[in-house]
Design a protein around this ligand. Structure first.
Ligand code: NAD
Length: 377
């Protein structure tokens, strides 16, 4: 079996889909591994590191590969010369990109979307959304403290007492919970909100105060998959009133709220930003999905009335070496179930729950029910 590790073509993507550690494991599974030269540079890994782990480093690795690993969805040029039926696993960003998926299907590959890994116990080690969101939550607090002109912990010094920073985390999923834990470790006073009732106990167990509109709709807000629903206009108005009051007194606000397959919910209006004190910082982790804050600008740190609004893109990529090491392990865990270990060959179980949830394309067509091309009426 042959495995190819792509060099990311997007210059904004410093992560890599394999590490020396996972390459050794793939070799144990029976793979010969080729890594495209320079693939690890953005994550502090040299070609020699991959070679020492037993990989061959080449300019283009896909020819003849049975499995191809990437961080972002590869385009046709990155896959040029790959064989039909090859498995390609990456963060395929499938929602709203059906045309790109059709192009991918035409290459004849079997595409697996790492963001569609189901949240079941057996698939936890493959859960790339969680591994990357956790690091984004951590990094958001580091970025906020970097932009904030004050200290986060309370300090009692001979020269006077410095108050602890008030930090509000909006959205208490994987990223939000790590942001809470990180801000607490740095000594901030932390409050958090979410629309899912299960979040309340998790927030409180991390030592933060939970703030939310806890009505009947809130009690029903979690889907069977554990995600949030889009809330009604009425709920959104009540939530906005609560947030407007709370946010005025905050030094740092970190927003992480997402709804799968939908634009990010708008939680911070321009008026709320104007009501914040100069020197405050907002970090919008949802900026790539439309933003939780009306004034966030993708890829920029905007300054509005003295309030900094941080809209960094690809926040897991801002902690690339760690993000790559976890993402590479997520990929390995998936590949492991696609291989027949005794025959040392690919053996995809098409009726496996994880395969059904993540496989997008096969034999030239999109097979995932959620991403069928719209047929002309
Ligand atoms: P996500 O990234 O889709 O959303 C982030 C958070 O934003 C969620 O907590 C969501 O409830 C919240 N949100 C959405 N709309 C909001 C609004 N209007 N106001 C405030 N908050 C809003 O979610 P996620 O981080 O991927 O996690 C969702 C859930 O799945 C969590 O409970 C998490 O613990 C759980 N989870 C389970 C597993 C597993 O069982 N294997 C793995 C990972 C996550």
């Amino acid at each position: 079996m042959k495995l190819a590790v792509l060099r990311e073509r997007d210059p904004e993507e410093p992560r890599v889909a394999a590490t020396p550690d996972t390459i050794k494991r793939y070799r144990g599974l029976g793979f010969e591994v080729s890594v495209e030269s320079g693939a690890g540079r953005g994550s502090g890994l040299s070609d020699a590191d991959f070679e020492t782990a037993g990989a061959v480093v080449v300019p283009q690795a896909v020819a003849g590969a049975d499995a191809i690993l990437g961080v972002r969805r590869p385009d046709a040029s990155a896959l040029a010369g790959c064989r039909g039926g090859a498995v390609v696993a990456a963060l395929m960003d499938p929602f709203g990109h059906e045309a790109a998926l059709s192009e991918l299907a035409k290459t004849g590959i079997v595409a697996f979307a790492m963001e569609l890994i189901p949240r079941i116990t057996r698939a936890q080690a493959m859960d790339a959304l969680s591994s990357q969101a956790n690091l984004a939550g951590y990094r958001a607090v580091i970025d906020a403290s970097y932009e904030f002109g004050r200290a986060l912990p309370m300090m009692m010094t001979a020269a006077g007492t410095v108050p602890a920073a008030r930090t509000f985390i909006m959205g208490a999923g994987v990223a939000g919970l790590q942001a809470i834990a990180t801000a607490r470790r740095l000594g901030a006073i932390v409050t958090a909100t979410d629309v899912r009732p299960a979040a309340k106990e998790q927030v409180e167990s991390l030592g933060a105060k939970f703030i939310a509109v806890e009505d009947e709709e809130f009690r029903q807000a979690e889907t069977a998959a554990g995600y949030a629903k889009e809330m009604s206009k009425d709920y959104q108005a009540k939530q906005a009133a609560l947030v407007a009051e709370h946010i005025k007194r905050q030094d740092i606000v970190i927003t992480t709220a997402l709804i799968p397959g939908r634009p990010a919910p708008r939680l911070i209006s321009a008026a709320m930003v104007h009501a914040m004190r100069p020197g405050s910082v907002i970090v919008d982790l949802a900026v790539e999905r439309g933003g939780n804050c009306e004034l966030a600008k993708p890829g920029e740190v905007a300054l509005i009335d003295g309030v900094k609004i941080v809209g960094h893109l690809n926040v897991p990529g801002r902690i690339a070496a760690t993000a790559s090491s976890l993402y590479a392990k997520n990929l390995y865990a998936l590949l492991e179930i696609l291989v027949d270990k005794s025959a040392k060959s690919l053996a995809i179980q098409w009726d496996d729950e994880i395969v059904k949830a993540t496989a997008l394309t096969r034999d030239g067509a999109i097979i995932h029910p959620s991403f069928q091309p719209k047929t002309a009426a």
